[in-house]
Design a protein around this ligand. Structure first.
Ligand code: C2E
Ligand code: CA
Ligand code: CA
Length: 507
């Protein structure tokens, strides 16, 4: 009896303690589950919503707002130049700065807003607004911009950042249907991209026309990415002439994109996009490689000039990469000329100087392109060892009608003489301009008067007719003195997409 009683007690105690343990287990599992779902919706660094949960919450906001007759605003703040903060101060400072930005964003958001981190350095806010009320979004954007722009002290380091802010409203006019959360976020991102393009540290409202532009940009980027390995980027060549003798001295290579989707696209369109995508180096290497192969088929006295983007010059390995290309193609460096634009001189001049010096040590010559459009000083010109200056075509084309242009060109020609720097005039379109330039001394020149830029096979044929292809060596005849002496083959217009001409018009 007693033992039965004790057994019962033992069973009750055991059951009780098992029950308590069981409850603990359940509580722990619940906590773990809560933490896991928190992690799934929150960005671990800033504890704001992550991109996908931000969108989910905005969808709910949208449906509530629709019922209440309201609209939803999404605001994207893309930090300007955040990569430099990481590069300069390390990722720890970068991470802390992102947390600081998140805190600031929340501090100036309306009480009804939700906040998210929707990209590495992209934050977003979403909040409902009355349809009739205008200006709320813009004033929130201004508050965000102002607060983000205040310097922060991170681990004793002063860190400053600004933001390009895009604003999108769900009731924006001109859209065929009301946007869902993903579309709204995309619209705000497009507007922030426009803010960036307009000079950063500002806010821009999304407009319906931006959507088409965006689609076009996305298609262009995709096309460029695929087009480089597919060999769609090809060199065209423009003659460079000694204006006194009329002799051909070489060609400038001008890249074209032979796109299956867009046709022949002008570099004014694809170079800035390739730069932005970080694809300019690959693109440039691909066309320079082809150009060297083409130029090996020309008379070896003919030079090859190629254009280099300012971004490529920032690459500390640029001259090594170029040397590699030269060796690979077995191309004599003495025949190669690099053209860099005057705008490069805004960058670190010491770096540009060491780059030019290193190129020159390899035997490559370096020209200063588009001279007159930037603001290089005479001191810079003297201190940088350029081999040639190219006067920008904006001064040349009109110089017979515009006495100011003529005076500038004359002054640059004199400057070249004084500094012992050879000069090239670009953009010669008429024989009047040519005559005038000849009065200014020993210049080289190029322009549509001598024909439009043409593809490799046409140049090869044209040269071989003039016995200026490699097969015709070594007996070299003189080269035609005047551009209009029956060379009508080279006036053929290119059909291409250009910034100004749009599609398929003659450049
Ligand atoms: P740029 O280096 O100043 O090249 C001269 C541009 O002027 C070329 O335009 C050429 O077709 C045009 N041009 C030549 N003669 C005349 C003329 O008499 N009248 C007029 N109105 N225009 C003339 P294109 O080929 O469209 O090239 C535009 C720019 O794109 C080039 O300007 C150059 O800065 C850039 N570019 C071209 N190829 C490359 C490349 O492979 N890499 C880089 N980074 N930039 C390139
Ligand atoms: Ca050029
Ligand atoms: Ca130029």
């Amino acid at each position: 009896m007693t033992s039965a009683f004790l057994l019962n007690i033992a069973i009750i105690i055991f059951g009780w303690s098992r029950y308590r343990q069981f409850r603990k287990e359940i509580a722990a599992r619940k906590l773990a589950e809560q933490q896991a779902s928190r992690l799934a919706v929150l960005d671990t660094l800033t504890e704001l919503f992550n991109r996908s949960s931000f969108n989910d919450v905005v969808d709910k906001l949208l449906s509530n707002a629709a019922k209440a007759g309201q609209a939803v605003v999404v605001l994207v703040a893309d930090l300007d130049g955040f990569k430099a903060i990481n590069d300069l101060n390390g990722h720890d400072v970068g991470d802390l700065m992102l947390r600081e930005c998140a805190a600031r964003l929340c501090a100036c958001a309306p009480s009804s807003a939700i906040a998210g981190r929707v990209g590495g350095d992209e934050f977003a806010l979403a909040f409902p607004v009355d349809r009739q009320r205008r200006g709320t979004a813009k004033s929130v954007a201004e508050k965000v911009a102002n607060l983000l722009a205040q310097p922060a002290s991170i681990n004793g380091v002063k860190v400053e950042v600004t933001a390009s802010i895009g604003i999108a409203r769900s009731d924006v006019v001109g859209l065929s249907k009301s946007p869902d959360s993903r579309e709204l976020l995309e619209m705000a991102s497009v507007a922030s991209y426009h803010a960036q393009q307009q000079g950063r540290d500002r806010s821009v409202r999304f407009e319906a026309r931006m959507a088409d532009e965006l689609r076009f940009q996305v298609e262009l980027k995709r096309g460029i990415r695929q087009g480089i390995p597919n060999g769609e980027f090809i060199p065209f060549y423009e003659q460079q002439i000694d204006l006194q003798t009329g002799e051909l001295t070489g060609f400038e290579m001008l890249a074209r994109w032979n796109s299956p989707q867009f046709g022949l696209v002008s570099p004014d369109v694809f170079i800035p996009i390739a730069e932005e995508m970080g694809a300019i180096g690959d693109l440039s290497r691909s066309v320079i490689r082809q150009a060297m192969e083409d130029a090996k088929g020309w008379d070896p006295r003919l030079t090859l000039a190629v254009n280099i983007s300012p971004l490529q010059l920032r690459d500390p390995w640029f001259s090594q990469k170029l040397l590699h290309l030269l060796v690979e193609a077995n191309f004599p460096p003495q025949r190669l000329e690099i053209e860099i634009t005057e705008s490069c001189l805004h960058q670190n001049v010491a770096q540009v100087r060491s780059l030019i010096t290193s190129l020159k040590n390899q035997g490559v010559r370096v020209s200063l392109d588009d001279f007159g459009t930037g603001y290089s000083s005479l001191a810079q010109l003297r201190s940088l060892p350029f081999d040639r200056i190219k006067i920008d075509r904006s001064f040349i084309t009109n110089m017979t009608n515009d006495s100011d242009d003529a005076a500038i060109v004359h002054a640059i020609a004199m400057l070249g003489k004084g500094l012992n720097l050879p000069i090239t005039a670009e953009g010669i379109e008429t024989s009047d301009v040519l005559e005038k330039l000849r009065q200014y001394g020993q210049l080289k020149g190029q322009g549509y008067l001598y024909g439009r830029p043409r593809p490799a096979h046409e140049i090869a044929e044209w040269l071989s007719q003039r016995e200026l292809a490699v097969a015709a060596l070594p007996d070299l005849p003189t080269i035609p003195r005047h551009p209009n002496n029956g060379d009508q083959t080279d006036s053929g217009g290119e059909q291409q997409v250009s910034k100004r001409s749009g599609y398929g018009k003659s450049a």
